[in-house]
Ligand binder design. Structure first.
Ligand code: C2O
Ligand code: CU
Length: 494
């Protein structure tokens, strides 16, 4: 087991973990008690969260619908009939109350991606709650403690790769708002309702490349072959998507964002894709990166950025006069989606137009630093878990530390610890790794994130303070890798 517990009683500056450790020793128990999602510690941490006193109430109806992607019409599953689903907007500290009405022909759940919320509202069936059955409803209720750009999606099978996703924006009541307008831009790769459902895609992938028919017939299947990207260090993805979307539209039917020339706009970018990283640029403009996964960074200018599944970036731009493509290149997949930014008159640029900024400076994690008030306090990790990313396309056996996900097995952490998770990628493909319920710091003073790309044969270190007790899923945000087994649990012990 690549687990080093460097915690010592001497170093434990807080009473609670020390007491817990004593109790564990005294009873002679070999395995300390798991802090379950319904533990009283979960409730007591929730009640200590800085709450605004306001309740923000919403209903989300999940159902099967027909949706127009701007030409192609597809049968799929959506939240309230739209792709993306309706944005939920709350203020920091609000009690968020969302009633999920499940009208799907399947069980479902909602996970609030990136929110440091109470564990029993995290929406992971078999780990934090029972599935929400067909024809039933469930009300999620939690305080949103941090401002930022978040989103939500099911944590049930590969449902995320249907139309079930929507933004969750937590506003900061104290923020000055150094911009005139704010746009939310959601990127997605699309296959559902064309030749395959995501379930059929997964069934095909799961047979592995070994089991594939090499008679040439495979070219028509949903498995992507030979798509590579230098930025991603090799293989770009596993799935051949017929469409790529920005806010639910294919490139030829791109939506317009309108503003006055000279205005400053905050753009919140969210990658809701199943298996696609996007390279994003706005023709004729530079982007000022201000936030990563909701948390502020020291602002950095860039021409383009790379955004993996589950990641978010906020950028601020000062708009020129004209019509400009906000282009999302499906990295390594030779296709684009886009929105148009219109501040004056002018023709729509042709669909094939690719802003030159896409190939100019692309900001990387090492160029980013968490803003001063978002820095973790310097501390030596009390515990370190090495999560080796393992498996591959041949057998489609994506795993962590060589083991498939088992909700009953977790990597131990304790409340009050500084935790270091080192993701070490032994595979030949990149993985966007996501930790639930916490926002880690990348490297020593890098950006705060909850999802970070790990390139093939590389590793990253993610430090966080264990201040949110419960059982927290940690996984690859490639939905097909996750479903194949590339998930594990960081489990608090008392
Ligand atoms: Cu966005 Cu575990 O998920
Ligand atoms: Cu992966």
């Amino acid at each position: 087991m690549p687990t080093i517990d460097r915690r010592s009683l001497l170093r434990a500056g807080v009473a609670v973990p020390a007491l817990a450790a004593l109790a564990a020793c005294g009873s002679g128990a070999t395995s300390p008690r798991l802090i379950s999602p319904t533990d009283k510690r979960v409730r007591s941490v929730e009640s200590s969260r800085r709450a605004s006193g306001n309740t923000s109430r919403h209903t989300v109806r999940a159902s099967a619908d027909t949706v127009d992607l701007g030409g192609p019409t597809v049968r799929t599953w959506t939240y309230d009939g739209a792709i993306p689903g309706r944005e939920i907007r709350v203020r920091r500290g609000d009690l968020v109350e969302v009633r999920l009405v499940n009208q799907l022909p399947a069980e479902t759940s909602i996970h609030w991606h990136g929110i440091a919320l109470r564990n029993d509202m995290d929406g992971v069936p078999d780990l934090t709650q029972p599935s929400v059955g067909r024809g039933t409803s469930f009300t999620y209720r939690f305080v949103a403690p941090d401002a930022g750009t978040y989103w939500f999606h099911p944590h049930s099978g590969v449902q995320l790769d249907r139309g079930l996703y929507a933004p969750l924006i937590v506003e900061d009541p104290d923020e000055a708002g150094a911009y005139d307008a704010e746009w939310t831009v959601v990127l997605d790769d699309w296959i559902d309702g064309t030749d395959y459902t995501p379930d059929q895609v997964f069934e095909t992938l799961r047979k592995g490349m070994g089991g594939m028919d090499h008679g040439g017939g495979e070219m028509d299947g949903p498995t992507l072959m030979g798509a590579t990207s230098e930025l991603l260090g090799g293989d770009a993805g596993d799935v051949k998507y017929p469409h790529f979307l920005v806010n639910g539209r294919i490139a030829s039917a791109a939506r317009d964002f309108r503003a006055k020339p000279g205005s400053r706009v905050r753009i919140r970018l969210i990658n809701a894709g199943g298996d696609t990283a996007f390279r994003v640029a706005l023709g004729g403009h530079r982007l000022l990166v201000t936030h990563t996964d909701g948390f502020p960074v020291t602002p950095v200018e860039t021409d383009a950025l790379l955004i993996g599944m589950g990641e978010r970036y906020d950028v601020v731009v000062t708009l020129e006069d004209g019509v400009f493509p906000l282009t999302a290149l499906a990295e390594g997949k030779e296709a684009t989606a886009r929105a148009l930014v219109r501040t004056g008159s002018g023709q729509r640029p042709p669909v094939s137009a690719r802003p030159r900024e896409l190939n100019a400076r692309i900001v990387g994690y090492t160029d980013l630093r968490a803003a001063d008030d978002a820095q973790l306090k310097p501390a030596t990790p009390d515990v370190e878990h090495v999560l080796e990313l393992t498996g591959g396309m041949m057998e489609y056996d994506w795993t962590i530390n060589g083991r498939r996900y088992d909700p009953k097995k977790s990597l131990p952490i304790r409340e009050g610890q500084r935790v270091r998770v080192r993701f070490r990628n032994s595979t030949t493909m990149w993985h966007p790794m996501h930790i639930h319920g916490h926002t880690f710091q990348l490297g020593a003073d890098g950006p705060r994130k909850d999802t970070a790309i790990v390139l093939p044969k590389r590793s990253i270190t993610c430090d966080f303070d264990a201040d949110n007790p419960g059982q927290w899923l940690t996984h690859c945000h490639n939905i097909y890798h996750a479903e194949a087994g590339m998930m594990t649990v960081l489990g608090y012990r008392a």
